[in-house]
Design a protein around this ligand. Structure first.
Ligand code: IMP
Ligand code: MG
Length: 207
């Protein structure tokens, strides 16, 4: 451990901030992540259980995993490596405009390439928040006539829901915090953090 990190650590009284400092190193990260909400170990454990559940429900079927870019990439990489099923993988690109913590207008940046007609589809997203993203993606997918579609999200924020939509598989139900890491971003940053952390409000309130 560097002398700089040691100095920062000794100043931190809050154990949650101390854990963030240990994971992120000294510097800007520490000030921007208020605390770790879900650790890398908790993520790994939960994803194994999700995979077992999905395997059971799709036993004997060949799955098409349709993942929404970009927020799912880290979760997806871990989830599919736990899935002991034959599967094919494709992506739909969606982006909501604006560097904001609220969902903006949705734009499709990549269309699906695989044929899903008559197939079993697992639709993967990072977080189910208001539900506005999935409520727009679902009819597009349904129009391609898959046999069935199940929704899998890493995080569920039920307090913020405005659309009537539920995930079939949800890793963690979380309170109304704006979270980053493990694929989730704020203004395209923080996706590479190995844990899910609460972003300090001072980061987005100054924008
Ligand atoms: P929804 O359309 O409101 O359900 O939001 C879905 C999208 O909003 C997610 O795929 C994320 O890209 C983004 N989002 C919602 N809440 C958060 C959050 O707490 N952190 C990072 N991104 C979020
Ligand atoms: Mg997203």
């Amino acid at each position: 451990m560097s002398a700089k990190l040691k100095a920062v650590k000794s100043k931190l009284k809050n154990p949650a901030s101390r854990r963030v400092a240990q994971k992120c190193g000294a510097g800007e990260w520490r000030k921007e992540i208020e605390r770790i909400l879900i650790t890398d170990k908790q993520l790994a454990q939960r994803i194994k259980l999700l995979a077992r559940q999905i395997e059971k429900d799709f036993a004997g079927r060949e799955l098409v995993v349709v993942s929404l870019l970009n927020g799912t990439v880290v979760f997806l990489a871990d989830l599919i490596r736990q899935l002991n099923l034959p599967l094919r993988l494709d992506f739909i690109g969606v982006s909501s405009y604006g560097a904001d913590t609220k969902s903006g207008e949705l734009v499709f940046t990549k269309e699906l390439r695989l044929d899903v007609r008559g197939r079993d589809v697992l639709l993967v997203d990072d977080i189910l928040d208001t539900g506005k993203t999935l409520i727009r993606v679902l009819p597009k997918l349904k129009a391609l006539k898959p046999r069935r579609i199940k929704i899998c999200v890493l995080l569920d924020k039920p307090a913020r829901r405005v659309e009537k939509i539920k995930a079939d598989y949800a890793g963690f139900s979380i309170p109304d915090f704006f979270v980053v890491g493990y694929g989730l971003d704020y203004a395209e940053r923080y996706r590479n953090l190995p844990f899910v952390g609460v972003l300090h409000p001072h980061v987005y309130k100054k924008v």
